[in-house]
Every structure is written in structure tokens, then in C-alpha cells.
Design a protein around this ligand. Structure first.
Ligand code: ZN
Length: 242
């Protein structure tokens, strides 16, 4: 099965539609959370995602905050102002869609979550130490995560507590050969200084991980953010991928 793996869309419909066009054919979609927050198109993104066939979608911290399951005080002032805007913009139907999302799902030999298998909503896996500890919190071969907006692969080598960090090259597919925690990067707000939308195609039979980047019309999104009065810093960071 060929699965489209996407994460951290962050209410950016232009990036999402570009990814859906670029990905070609796929049999299923795994979305690792943060459909909303920061961007100007929360309803459009939820509606697009909810219409996809064979969808598994996970709840992210911004989705939970939009539902008031997480207190706004835990966000920095700019993220908080975007959060209040999002809460106000979301339709009832889309709120219901978000409220039905799980924070961790297992599909055969793959675990899907937003932050980490240990703390699905909040924990950031940003270093080898945190990744190594998290291998004890899932039993499948692979765990797919989002949340950091950084495309990485942490591979567990057979020697105890030995984890290898790989930053994959875009558009160069490779086969996952050991237990791994993998992040496809962010569709709608990349933070690895590459402003292109990030996503992956995963072959569940061969374990081929095809990590990709695709350019999209950033200025169109920035214009909508300006019109909506969303924070300037979030508008600017789309241009630089940070
Ligand atoms: Zn996010």
C-alpha cells in the first residue's frame, strides 16, 4: 500500500493542495496532526482532509488547543493570538471533526502520533537522547511523528541505546531497514530553512520512504494572513522556512 504521510498543515490550504497534486496516486492518507493554527485556512484544510479516502488523522497540540482542550496560556503570545483567531473562525462541523481525532493510532507495524509515543500531544523529539527513550514507548517497527516540523529519521541500531539520526535528502527515496521514528516534516509551516512544503510517500510492503519537497505559492498565503490580521512573524517565517 502506498500511503501519503503529511503533518503540520497549519491551516495552509495552498501548501496542502500543492502536496495533494504533487503526490500522484496513493491508497491511503496518514495525517499526523496540527491541521490548524498559524495559517489563514483552518476550515478549508479540515474540509479537504476530511474528504480524503482511507484517512487516518491524529490530533495535534494546536488542534487540541483550538478545541480548548489545552489552555491558551501554554502558547507564546503570537501563537496565542493565532489560536484565538482560529477558535473564532472554526465552524461547528469542523470542530466536531477535530474532536473525534485520536492522539495515537497503530496500523499493523506502524504507530502514528503527533509529538512522541511517550507524550502524544506535547513532547518534541528534537535530539537523539529523547528519541532513544521513546523507542520503549511503542511496540511496532515504525513510529511516525510530526510536531517539530523537521524532517528526520531516528533509527534504532541493535546495540542497546544506540540511535542514529539521519536528515534525509529531499526526493531521494530509501528503504527503512531498522526500527525507526520518522518525521515527514511540515506541509504548511516548514522550520528547517527550506520553505517548500514537506511530505512523504511510504510503501507499507517494501518500507520505502519517499521524502519530498514541493514549492507552493507562499505569497498567496501571506496575503490571506495579512487580511486576517494574523501575527507578522508567522507571515514572514513562511518565506524562509523558519
Ligand atoms: Zn505543528
Amino acid at each position: 500500500m502506498r500511503v501519503l504521510v503529511i503533518s503540520d498543515i497549519h491551516a495552509n490550504i495552498t501548501a496542502l493542495d500543492t502536496v495533494l497534486d504533487d503526490a500522484g496516486d496513493f491508497d491511503a492518507v496518514w495525517c499526523l496532526g496540527d491541521l490548524v493554527g498559524y495559517g489563514p485556512d483552518p476550515n478549508e484544510c479540515i474540509e479537504r482532509i476530511s474528504q480524503l479516502d482511507h484517512l487516518t488523522c491524529i490530533m495535534g497540540n494546536h488542534d487540541a488547543a483550538a478545541l480548548k482542550k489545552i489552555d491558551a496560556e501554554s502558547f507564546n503570545p503570537e501563537a496565542r493570538s493565532a489560536l484565538f483567531w482560529t477558535r473564532n473562525a472554526l465552524t461547528l462541523q469542523n470542530r466536531i471533526f477535530l474532536s473525534n481525532l485520536s492522539d495515537k493510532v497503530t496500523w499493523e507495524n506502524v504507530t502514528l502520533t503527533h509529538g512522541s509515543p511517550r507524550q502524544p500531544i506535547w513532547e518534541y523529539i528534537l535530539d537523539i537522547h529523547t528519541a532513544t527513550q521513546n523507542f520503549d514507548f511503542f511496540s511496532t517497527s515504525f513510529c511516525l511523528v510530526g510536531h517539530t516540523h523537521l524532517p528526520v529519521v531516528y533509527s534504532s541500531l541493535n546495540k542497546k541505546s544506540s540511535t542514529l539520526l539521519t536528515i534525509p535528502e529531499p526526493n531521494q527515496a530509501f528503504i527503512l531497514k531498522s526500527r525507526a521514528i520518522i518525521n515527514p516534516g511540515s506541509v504548511g509551516q516548514p522550520r528547517d530553512r527550506d520553505p517548500r512544503a514537506a511530505y512523504a510517500l511510504f510503501d507499507t510492503d517494501t518500507f520505502l520512504w519517499d521524502y519530498r519537497r514541493v514549492a507552493y505559492n507562499i505569497s498567496a498565503v501571506q496575503e490571506r494572513m495579512m487580511k486576517a490580521g494574523l501575527p507578522e512573524r508567522h507571515i514572514q517565517r513562511l518565506s524562509t522556512g523558519w
